[in-house]
Design a protein around this ligand. Structure first.
Ligand SMILES: Cc1ncc(COP(=O)(O)OP(=O)(O)O)c(N)n1
Ligand SMILES: Cc1ncsc1CCOP(=O)(O)O
Ligand SMILES: [Mg+2]
Length: 553
């Protein structure tokens, strides 16, 4: 083995994002190598370590308004951290009012653009948008046969939301007979799915499932039917079919006029995620979350006088990182065993907050809230940051009680607020759409307000008398049921709950009552892990009895 004196330290300039990453890429070569061999070795290593930049090629039309088409695709891919090249199939004159003109690019020149990019630039995924004529579809299919790529995403753009035609009806057979068979996914909206299926009526989610299955027969590996235009639906439901299973993907319907380009963006984000190596369903979910976030952040944009405005793909550049960092997405079932800490109890038993959090997670807690009424702010942030690390490791959401500032500082998954804390609507504005917000409610009116304010769940209680929270009114099981039945939100019960009475709570069998939140029954005990395990097994037993129809009291 060469001694250190016979080694040269040869830093290679290789793609790296941080100084630390650059340092870890320094390469040692023996001094004894001839300069020529050294040069050859270095270039071989450089080639081997070269970072391949994920690359999406979009084949679509230009939107002069910048909200949809090629412009949306490039911005979306950039926002997802992916390189995007573009083959332009048509130039459109459009704005927020509608499409004023379409100027198709000659097919031979589309072919030339495809050749230029595909022959040279290592494209991973091709995404298609506006393909104005059957001839363009044929040119594209031929190019893809000559230059195969890892995946093909087809957004069968036919008519703009303003009702203007973007591709001739004769393209329908080109899509169905030629392009779909090569596609990894096709992403029609309701109108496009209906046109592809000869005018089939699509009015419900089950119609969408049928449509997805029928379109799958044309040959694509996966189909996503987008339900953004489904009338009477309070959320944004898309149906994904992978040839075996149909999935309903629910998202929140963002109230905004700035929706121009959502279809192009969704398909581009799917392509971008695929180019990074994500599996298809994960790519679709990530794309849907991106679009939902972008719509949220763009609600206040005012551009143009028409009915449909553009949104901001690059919202992440302007938002503080804690607002957009992907945290744990809220799942109502996370409320099943909700552990709420108490520093008084921890110090009584001589344990740190981190040990306490680790113990309840090991015992089976499904979500944790740090409820610290007296801790100094600096200590609270440090403790919360340490607890966040533990929770992240175990994929358990961590919420902060009352203190939005602490939640922001430690990038917690969310905040729980009560009726005298900051209003949930303000918390939502500060935390952004991706974070979890819980609100304490004792009445139907409070539950309605929590829903309107954008809360994710309700904490309802005290169900039984408790000495943990002073002067707290007890609402009983009846009060709990009343709030649950009046709200669409998932509910967690709190107050005086433990191993001895958790069955009474979950045994009510109310559908949106998802779990129990517990302080003293876990933290004012010698073995927190053991107590959490016991409570979890009680809850699981009740749940299985309830789902079999037996209510255990
Ligand atoms: C899950 C859960 N539900 C209710 C509460 C109570 O919150 P709040 O009414 O703000 O009272 P304090 O906890 O702040 O005393 C909660 N913390 N968690
Ligand atoms: C925070 C809170 N909110 C309503 S009751 C309560 C206290 C619950 O504590 P315990 O589980 O010890 O009864
Ligand atoms: Mg509070």
């Amino acid at each position: 083995m060469a001694s250190s004196s016979s080694l040269i330290l040869q830093p290679l300039i290789l793609p790296s994002t941080t100084p630390r990453a650059a340092f870890s890429r320094l390469v040692f070569l023996p001094r004894s190598l001839s300069p020529r061999l050294r040069a050859v070795s270095l270039s071989t290593i450089a080639m081997a370590l070269r970072t391949k930049f994920p690359h999406v090629l979009t084949v679509a039309g230009s939107d002069s308004g910048g909200g949809a088409g090629i412009q949306a695709d490039i911005k979306a891919c950039g926002a997802m951290g992916v390189y995007c090249s573009s083959v332009i199939t048509a130039v459109t004159a459009q704005n927020t009012v509608g499409v004023q003109g379409v100027h198709p690019v000659p097919e031979a020149f589309i072919e030339e653009q495809l050749n230029s990019v595909l022959s040279d630039m290592e494209v991973d995924v091709v995404k298609t948008g506006m393909l104005p004529s059957p001839g363009v579809i044929k040119v594209l299919c031929d190019s893809l046969k000559r230059f195969p790529v890892k995946a093909l995403v087809v957004d069968p753009v036919m008519v703009s939301t303003s009702g203007d035609t973007l591709s001739s009806p004769s393209t329908l057979s080109g899509y169905r007979d030629d392009l779909f068979g090569m596609a990894d996914i096709v992403t029609p909206n309701l109108k496009e799915a209906s046109a592809l299926l000869g005018g089939m009526q699509l009015q419900t989610v089950s119609d969408m499932s049928l449509a997805a299955k029928s379109i799958h027969k044309f040959g694509p590996k996966n189909v996503l039917v987008k339900g953004g235009d489904l009338s009477g639906s309070s959320d944004a439901v898309d149906v994904f079919f992978d040839g075996e299973t149909c999935y309903e993907l629910h998202g929140s319907r963002v109230q905004t006029r700035n929706t121009h380009g959502t279809g192009c963006t969704l398909a581009s984000c799917i392509a971008a995620e695929l180019s990074k190596g994500s599996p298809m369903l994960e790519a679709v979910k990530a794309a849907k979350a991106f679009v939902e976030n972008a719509l949220h952040y763009s609600k206040s944009i005012e551009l143009g006088s028409g009915p449909q405005g553009p949104f901001d793909h690059l919202f992440r550049l302007k938002s503080p990182p804690y607002n957009v960092a992907p945290g744990l997405k809220f799942q109502p079932d996370d409320l099943f065993l909700y552990a709420v800490t108490d520093s008084g109890m921890n110090s009584k038993w001589g344990r740190s907050m981190t040990d306490a959090v680790e113990a309840v997670i090991k015992g089976g807690a499904t979500i944790v809230q740090l409820r610290e009424k007296h801790m100094e702010t600096r200590e609270f942030v440090e403790t919360a940051t340490a607890c966040m690390e533990i929770c992240r490791l175990h994929k358990i959401p961590l919420l902060i009680n009352d203190r939005v500032d602490v939640a922001l500082a430690c990038n917690a998954d969310g905040v729980h607020v009560g009726q005298s804390d900051m209003q949930a609507r303000t918390v939502r504005a500060l935390l952004g759409p991706g974070k979890i917000i819980g609100v304490s409610c004792k009445t139907i009116a409070q539950a309605e307000q929590a829903w309107m304010d954008g809360a994710d769940y309700i904490g309802c209680g005290g169900v039984f008398p408790t000495s943990t929270k002073k002067d707290n009114t007890t609402i009983g099981l009846e009060g709990l049921k009343e709030v649950c039945l009046a709200s669409k939100l998932p509910v967690v019960a709190i107050g005086g709950i433990g191993i001895g009475n958790a069955n009474l709570v979950l045994g009510t069998g109310v559908k949106n009552l998802k779990g129990v939140a517990v302080v003293s029954a876990l933290f004012d005990r010698e073995s927190m892990e053991g107590e959490t395990k016991k409570l979890r097994s009680v809850l699981e037993r009740v749940l299985s009895n309830v789902s079999e129809g037996t209510v255990v009291l």
